[in-house]
Design a protein around this ligand. Structure first.
Ligand code: T46
Length: 138
């Protein structure tokens, strides 16, 4: 556990299986990421200055890794906030449920791969910051 990150968030280093041909990174459910993978999506071609995210998930856990380029992700569990730089194809971050996250500063070549433990469900999103604050108030 990284003490500087919100509760449940952590970086995971992925093994690089490189040889003279180049590099390969594999991501296995319950081994490299701490959940069964039900969905994968990736974000790319993000326009300059664009910010994405601005929500938390009620139940869904995710793992995000910039497989090319870089971006910044801010994370907030309601009491701890942190800025995470995603700039390596062999190092991603776990985004647990109930973490408000925002992404910005995408490089032109950024491809952000996200693995999720549940199918897409708009009902799982909290997109209202005040609602998130109420739900995480201690
Ligand atoms: C998240 C961050 C890291 C789908 O139809 N299926 C999907 O699996 C996803 C993820 C999105 N969509 C649709 C919903 C919207 O019409 O794609 C459109 C863009 O989604 P959104 O505005 O939520 O994108 P971001 O970049 O703000 O957030 C995304 C994920 O939605 C979110 O779960 O945690 O990336």
């Amino acid at each position: 556990m990284d003490a500087s990150l919100p509760s449940g968030c952590r970086f995971i280093d992925l093994a690089v299986r490189g040889d003279e041909r180049g590099s390969l990174v594999a991501i296995e459910a319950l081994a490299d990421v701490p959940f069964r993978i039900e969905r994968a999506y990736f974000i790319y071609g993000t326009k300059p200055g664009v910010e994405r995210g601005f929500h938390a998930h009620r139940q869904c856990a995710q793992f995000a890794v910039a497989v090319a380029g870089s971006c910044m992700m801010s994370l907030d569990d309601g009491s701890v906030t942190a800025e995470a730089r995603l700039d390596r194809p062999d190092r991603g971050i776990v985004i647990p449920p109930m973490n408000w996250h925002e992404m910005r500063d995408f490089s032109d070549d950024c491809v952000l791969l996200v693995l999720a433990d549940a199918p897409y469900d708009e009902g799982d999103y909290i997109r209202d910051r005040d609602e998130f604050r109420r739900l995480t108030a201690r």
